[in-house]
Design a protein around this ligand. Structure first.
Ligand code: PLP
Length: 380
C-alpha cells in the first residue's frame, strides 16, 4: 500500500531521484531582475523592486497597505507591536503552527495561549475561542478583555491558515470585535488563499506573509505586513526602516526603530515570483486534485480545502488512521527517497511554551498523531 504511494509520487514528479517536500521554482524574470540589481548597484535598502513588490502585493491581496519585511517572523513581531500587544499580555493562538508564530508573540513579552483547532481547517476554532472567552474573559472599564484567572490582558488573537487552508476567519473577526481583541492573521503559508473570495491576511488589523525558501513563492528570505489601516501601514514602514525622519541629509529618528527592511535584491526575486504566482497556484491545485483522486481510490483521507475557501495547497496533507500507521508511513516513504513529514509537534508540548493552555486541545492532539505532509512543489 505505501509502495503504491511512493510509486504514485514518483510518477507525479517524473523522477527516480530524491523528492523533497517543497522547493523554490524560478520560471520567469528572476535572473533578469537580479542582474538588473547588480548592474545598477541597487542591491540593498534602496531600489525600485521594493516599492514594486509592495504595490504588486497590495493589488494582488486587496490590502490597502503592504510593507515588505526581512522575514515573516519579524513581520509578525512588528504587526503584534503595532496592535498594541505589551509585555505580560496574553495572545490567543493555535497549538498547530510553526514555532515562529509563538516566538513572535514571545518577542513582545506577551504569552501565547493555545486554543484548539477545527478538524476541517486545522486552524484556530472560533467555537473554542468563544468558549475560552466566555469562561475566562472579562471586560474591564478600560475597554479591554482580561483573563479572570491570571489577571492578564488578552490583547490579540493570531489564527494561522495551516498549509494554506483558510481558517473560519469571519467568525473570528466577530468574536475579536466583541471582546476588543486585535486580530492578526499569520498568513505566512497562505499567499493566494481566499475565504469567500477575499485574500487571507486582509481580514484582521494586520496579516503577514512569509517568502521563506520553502513557501509558495520565495525571496530567499522575506516577509510582508498587510493592513487596511493606512496610518498603521505607514508607521510599520517607518519602524521597520530605523524610524528615520525623512530629510535630505540629517539623521534624526523619532522612535526606537528596527532594521527589518528587505534588500532590493530580495524584492527583485519577489517581483519575478509574483508574476508567476497564479501559475504556481493553478499547478499546485492540479497536483492536489491528482493526490485527492489517488488517495480517494485507496481509502486514505486527503485534506481538502474547507467550505467557502480557495486554498493555495502550499503543502498537501493526508490523515492516517493512527500514530503507528503514520510512523510506518514516514519510515517507508523517507527510506525510499520521498520526503514526507509529520505535522509540527504541538506548541503547548514544547518545553518553552508548556504552561500556556487553559482548555481542551483534543482536536489538535488527534491531528498531531495522524497528519503527514507530502511533496508539493510545482512540477517542472
Ligand atoms: C514560515 C512561517 C513563518 C515564518 O516565516 P519566516 O519568513 O521563515 O520568518 C511564520 N509562521 C508560519 C505559520 C510559517 O509557516
Amino acid at each position: 500500500m505505501f509502495k503504491d504511494v511512493v510509486d504514485f509520487i514518483r510518477e507525479l514528479y517524473h523522477t527516480e531521484e530524491f523528492i523533497p517536500l517543497h522547493v523554490p521554482r524560478f520560471i520567469g524574470n528572476e535572473k533578469k531582475y537580479l542582474v538588473e540589481c547588480i548592474d545598477t548597484t541597487f542591491v540593498s535598502s534602496v531600489g525600485k523592486f521594493v516599492d514594486k513588490f509592495e504595490e504588486m502585493t497590495e493589488q494582488y491581496t486587496g490590502s490597502k497597505k503592504a510593507v515588505v519585511c526581512v522575514n515573516g517572523t519579524e513581520a509578525l513581531h512588528m504587526a503584534l507591536m503595532l496592535s498594541g500587544v505589551k509585555a505580560g499580555d496574553e495572545v490567543i493562538t493555535q497549538p498547530i503552527t510553526f514555532v515562529a508564530t509563538a516566538n513572535a508573540i514571545s518577542y513582545t513579552g506577551a504569552h501565547p495561549v493555545f486554543i484548539d483547532v477545527d478538524m476541517d481547517t486545522m486552524g484556530l476554532s472560533p467555537f473554542s475561542v468563544e468558549d475560552f472567552l466566555v469562561d475566562f474573559g472579562a471586560m474591564r472599564n478600560d475597554g479591554f478583555c482580561y483573563n479572570k484567572i491570571s489577571g492578564n490582558r488578552i490583547s490579540a488573537c493570531v489564527p494561522m491558515h495551516t498549509f494554506g487552508h483558510p481558517v473560519k476567519i469571519e467568525a473570528l473577526v466577530k468574536i475579536c470585535e466583541k471582546y476588543n481583541i486585535a486580530l492578526v492573521e499569520d498568513a505566512a503559508e497562505s499567499i493566494g488563499s481566499k475565504y469567500k473570495g477575499k485574500h487571507t491576511g486582509t481580514f484582521g488589523k494586520f496579516g503577514i506573509i512569509s517568502y521563506n525558501g520553502n513557501k509558495t513563492i520565495t525571496t530567499g528570505g522575506g516577509g510582508m505586513i498587510l493592513t487596511n489601516d493606512e496610518e498603521l501601514g505607514n508607521l510599520a514602514k517607518h519602524l521597520t526602516t530605523q524610524a528615520k525622519i525623512p530629510h535630505p541629509w540629517e539623521y534624526a529618528h523619532d522612535y526606537i526603530g528596527y532594521n527589518y527592511r528587505m534588500p532590493n535584491i530580495n524584492a527583485a526575486l519577489g517581483v519575478a515570483q509574483m508574476e508567476s504566482l497564479d501559475t504556481f497556484i493553478e499547478k499546485k491545485r492540479e497536483i492536489a486534485a491528482m493526490y485527492k483522486s489517488f488517495f480517494d481510490s485507496k481509502g486514505i483521507h486527503f485534506f481538502s480545502e474547507p467550505e467557502d475557501c480557495y486554498s493555495n495547497y502550499w503543502l498537501n496533507a493526508i490523515i492516517l488512521n493512527s500514530k503507528i500507521e503514520r510512523d510506518q508511513f514516514l519510515e517507508f516513504t523517507n527510506a525510499n527517497g520521498v520526503m514526507t513529514r509529520p505535522i509540527w509537534k504541538l506548541m503547548n508540548r514544547l518545553s518553552i511554551f508548556n504552561n500556556n493552555n487553559y482548555n481542551d486541545l483534543s482536536n489538535a492532539g488527534w491531528l498531531e498523531e495522524r497528519v503527514v505532509n507530502l511533496p508539493s512543489s510545482y512540477r517542472l
